[in-house]
Design a protein around this ligand. Structure first.
Ligand code: G1P
Length: 297
């Protein structure tokens, strides 16, 4: 079955980037000239997704506005003949892609947030994209998400994107047990168990779940029955751990680099990495970095 839908949970409070995220959603913080959420939506579109379901909450309407028309601004840019800027704000998603939103009224965890999209997803397979995480190859048509979708469409095994993390960071992630097998870059390996935020001495591996999932529609039923897990929250990881007893679930080892924009250092790194690639900022930023490094030697 074709994968057409993406669920993007954007109802988090952004506590790791306060006070920046007090009055604006953390997903609207810019990396160079686009908000983080735009990169993530463009990644989904590049991978062939046609319907995006935002799981949102009160105080987050700037995200929906960003993807909506802004007639006054458009008229003003047209009047001033600023055609490039006009195109940049008018065509954020192509006309054949729709964006809808559902609400998560209570912060009960990622599994609960995904389940809030159950009626919009129906019984179709779908992807989950965690919007904090930027993937460096996200805008390519052959991005990691596209590869995961094509693997799912060929063998019906759910795909969970993983990357290796240092041993002392495993307690921050969902961790996959692939019985000692480490898939090659861009390859998948069967997952035997998945555990949310294990203690370092109990972790089955250092293969961490990095925020991209391709899941069958039936995960929604498992989430509906989900009990609070790590941190007292309903965890997506726990529902996938039940799913893998019923059908194949694979760990897909990502090829791109990731930046966690939900925390300060990752956000700064993303701005530098993307700024070094942007035609308007690359040269100036390179010069600035070399001045900084020479004065700190
Ligand atoms: C969530 C997931 C976790 C995953 C992580 C990736 O945790 O529950 O399994 O590894 O995202 O960023 P959170 O970072 O929301 O605590």
């Amino acid at each position: 079955m074709k994968v057409r839908k993406a669920v993007i949970p954007v109802a988090g409070l952004g506590t790791r980037v306060l006070p920046a995220s007090k009055a604006i959603p953390k997903e609207m913080m810019p990396v160079v000239d686009k908000p983080v959420i735009q990169y993530v939506v463009e990644e989904a579109v590049a991978a062939g997704i046609k319907e995006i379901i935002l799981v949102t909450r009160t105080g987050k309407s700037a995200i929906e506005d960003h993807f909506d028309a802004h007639y006054e601004l458009e008229a003003e840019l047209a009047r001033k003949n600023k055609t490039a800027l006009l195109a940049a704000i008018q065509h954020i998603v192509p006309p054949d892609v729709s964006i809808v939103s559902v609400r998560q009224a209570e912060a009960k965890g990622l599994g609960h947030a995904v389940h809030c999209a159950a009626s919009a997803v129906g019984d179709e397979p779908f992807v989950v994209i965690l919007p904090d995480v930027l993937v460096s190859n996200g805008l390519d048509k052959t991005n990691d998400l596209a590869r995961m979708i094509s693997e799912f469409e060929s063998n019906a095994a759910a795909q969970i994107m993983v990357g290796e993390v240092p041993d002392d960071k495993v307690q921050l992630y969902g961790i996959a047990d692939c019985e000692g097998i480490v898939p090659g870059l861009g390859q998948s390996a069967t997952i035997k168990g998945l555990v949310e935020k294990p203690a370092q001495n109990e972790s089955p591996s250092n293969l961490a779940v990095i925020g991209r999932y391709v899941l069958p529609g039936k995960i929604m039923g498992l989430l509906a029955e989900g009990k609070p897990g790590a941190g007292g929250e309903i965890q997506l990881t726990d529902a996938i751990d039940v799913l893998l007893a019923e059908q194949p679930v694979e760990a897909y080892k990502m090829m791109g680099e990731t930046y966690d924009c939900g925390e300060k250092l990752g956000y700064l790194k993303a701005n530098i990495a993307y700024g070094l690639q942007h035609s308007e900022t690359a040269n100036g930023l390179k010069e600035f970095i070399s001045t900084l490094t020479s004065t700190h030697e």
